[in-house]
Design a protein around this ligand. Sequence first.
Ligand code: NAD
Length: 298
Amino acid sequence: MTKTIGFLGLGHMGGPMAANLVRAGYDVLAYDPVPASQEQARSDGATVVDTAAAAAANRDVVITMLPNGKLVLDVYAELLPAAAPGTLFLDCSTIDVADAKAAAALAVTAGHRPLDAPVSGGVAGATAGTLTFMVGGTAADFADAGDVLAVMGAKVVHCGESGVGQAAKICNNMLLGISMIGLSEALVLGERLGLSHQSFFDVVSTASGQSWALTSYCPVPGPVPTSPANNDYQPGFATALMSKDLTLAANALQANGIDGQLGALAAAIYARFNQTDAGRDFSAIVTDIRDRSAETDR
Ligand code: NAD
């Protein structure tokens, strides 16, 4: 069993993920430049070190949970030379497929074993240890990461070679963004036509327009009491993160010559909403559609 872990990026997601590893008995060296995150990691039982490189030395596994691909590549430049040959590098950040492939290539060149392993499940899943991991890399490295991933997640899927875990993540979130916009447009149209939210829900949740966005994350208060709409659109999944993921998806559509018109449009719609509402849950897009529709009231 893997025993020693270096963990970089102790934010909303990485903090609780590292805490779960400590709780499961792993020896965790942790690094984050933010003092509050360091303090939390210390109280969770991790050993906090002063530099990124120090977190990677003599570890079986090095995990990164960082905001973007540029940072992952920058941090890898410090980590890769510091790690013992053959270290398993697990990047759980959501980043561009091209950046994930570049990071993996650098790790292989340095003699290490890279996996991209982005997650779904949010802070609640990170805290409960019930994340879904979408993993890209070799089958042997995936098997070796199994015990560590099982501590942090409830479902772990090997999606293919390096970068394909990130591909799964952006495909899923592109579809989620598109479906949330489509659902919100339908809800606002229903409002205008005199259809109550509950009647909309009762019909559509069992009809052909059914979606996870409606049945688990309904963007209007009432039908799904646990959805962020019932809590003044506190995230949940912040608009800033959805906008980031849709930008990654739109870039991938373009880079790969896909005629993905809805993906590009969803990215543009959330980029605009992000300018004013970055900190609200992404399902609040329904309020934006409603407000804009009111401007064109008959
Ligand atoms: P966050 O901003 O809360 O945490 C990122 C952490 O990285 C911060 O604590 C920051 O100080 C740290 N950091 C910055 N530079 C560093 C460096 N050089 N070395 C070590 N640490 C450094 O972000 P988050 O919400 O935890 O998200 C992390 C990743 O997970 C992102 O890629 C995000 O897209 C993805 N993600 C987030 C969610 C979510 O619900 N928050 C869900 C799924 C995926």
